[in-house]
Design a protein around this ligand. Structure first.
Ligand code: ARG
Length: 461
């Protein structure tokens, strides 16, 4: 086992368990490309400022080309005893080009190096995840488009409340996901400052140009405080909290899929691709992916909480606690992306059952509000009185075991004599949904407008 890169003052190498707890390579090797990009920008800047010779920079850049090639070819010799990706790249560079490799770390520390890599990684991840979310939104819009006038029960307290349209219900998730996406994009803007050049924590006496490295790596500007630069992880917390909120939305939709596909609701059927069977009960079609999304939403929230806990009592500047930021963040992104992909697949192939939805929408006196509204509109009754009269009519219908639309007129007139045959025009679930035409409301006309807008915004065909 070779001497550690920092081994100058040590007589013995770390114990095997020390290595085990300390090594982060299995996780941070995912930042290999970012690490090389950071080193390239740093070396170019050192050469530009005359801190590194042009020849040494050329050797370093050529060596980094070779490193990247080895990584892409799968031949890069990753060595766990070298702790992390930064040490692995530098050690390999040394093997490939010799002495100039040792000059690359001038005016740099792993503390500013790692956080530069991590910000670059997270910036790209936020962008990719944003695109996946947009894909799910587009799928929901497509299904909403097919169902602008499909009537289903709208619920409060999970009790039938008023008829709504399925398209409207699906678009509610498109709205939530749009806010989720904007949180992710927002986070990417705020994180886009460059910590490189902060060195260990105090900056450096070498005449470096931090604007140059910031620009080369696509950052808006260098971070203004070197202590903050190596200590700050709020960008990761922000990403995790945004993912956690977004996962919460996926989980709500997942829960509705579980309910809707249950035999008791029967509103929808998952395709074979997205259903699982039971090892004992042949009739089962289980919504496992939806259930796993529910559970994984908590896992992501747990990752946020774990990182927040690691940071909240950490004195400035760097401490090794911060190494676990990547494990949590990478896993949160992986888990979330998997959930979005699964949700997109389920929504793409789920078949809705309009007849069952309609029948359920008609149950539970769901058009009672329409009756009350009719009393207000046609008889000039104050809404509170209309509410009371309607309540008494509902009680009669319930006693007779019929829906409002099937209650004979004379029963209604027994409660209020001025009610006429016209009232039946508002008691069907279709009429009820169609009548709600205020901005943002559930009527097929309004929903079709919203679908058209979303198609344009998300460029759905
Ligand atoms: N692997 C380390 C991390 O992820 C790199 C920084 C090491 N810095 C140090 N002072 N030991 O945090």
């Amino acid at each position: 086992k070779g001497q550690m890169m920092w081994g100058g003052r040590f007589a013995a190498t770390p114990s095997a368990i020390m290595e085990e707890i300390n090594a982060s390579l299995d996780i941070d090797r995912r930042m290999a490309e970012e690490d090389v990009a950071g080193s390239r920008a740093h070396a170019d800047m050192l050469a530009e400022m005359g801190i590194l010779s042009v020849a040494d920079n050329e050797a370093i850049q050529g060596g980094l080309d070779a490193v990247i090639e080895e990584m892409r070819a799968g031949t890069f010799p990753f060595r766990r005893e070298l702790e992390d990706i930064h040490m692995n790249v530098e050690a390999r560079l040394k093997e490939l080009i010799g002495e100039p490799a040792g000059r690359l770390h001038t005016a740099r520390s792993r503390n500013d190096q790692v956080i530069t890599d991590f910000r670059l990684w997270t910036r790209r991840a936020l962008d990719e995840t944003g695109q996946l979310v947009a894909g799910l939104q587009a799928m929901l819009v497509r299904r909403a488009d097919e169902n602008t006038s499909t009537v289903m029960p709208g619920f409060t307290h999970l009790q039938t409340a008023q008829p709504v349209t399925l398209g409207h219900h699906l678009l509610a998730y498109v709205e939530m996901l749009e806010r989720d996406r904007s949180r992710l994009l927002d986070c990417a803007v705020r994180l886009n400052e460059c910590p490189l050049g902060a060195a260990a924590l105090a900056g450096t006496g070498f005449p470096i140009d931090r604007d140059m490295t910031a620009e080369a790596l696509g950052f808006a500007r260098p971070m203004a405080n070197s202590l903050d630069a190596v200590s700050a992880r709020d960008f990761a917390l922000e990403a995790l909290s945004s993912l956690s909120i977004a996962a919460t939305h996926l989980s709500r939709l997942a829960e509705e899929i579980v309910l809707w596909t249950s035999p008791q609701f029967g509103f929808a059927r998952l395709s074979d691709q997205w259903s699982t069977g039971s090892s004992i009960m042949p009739q089962k079609r289980n919504p496992d992916a939806a259930e796993l999304i529910r559970a994984k939403a908590s896992l992501i929230t747990g990752h946020f909480s774990a990182l927040q806990g690691a940071i909240k009592a950490l004195p400035l500047a760097y401490a090794k606690d911060l190494q676990d930021d990547k494990r949590l963040t990478f896993d949160a992104f992986d888990t979330f992306n998997l959930c979005v992909r699964a949700m997109t697949g389920m929504i793409e192939t789920i078949s809705f059952k309009p007849d069952a939805m309609r029948a359920a929408a008609a149950k539970g006196f769901s058009t009672a509000t329409d009756l009350a509204d009719w009393l207000v509109r046609e008889l000039g009754m104050p809404f509170r009185d209309a509410h009371h009269v309607t309540g008494r009519i509902v009680a009669r219908a319930e006693a007779k075991g019929v829906d409002l639309a099937d209650l004979p007129l004379k029963e209604m007139q027994a409660v209020h004599s001025a009610i006429t045959q016209e009232v039946y025009g508002v008691l069907s679930v279709e009429a009820s949904a169609a009548s709600r035409t205020s901005y943002g409301a559930t009527s097929p006309v309004r929903v079709a407008e919203q679908v058209a807008q979303w198609k344009q915004r998300l460029r759905v065909e």
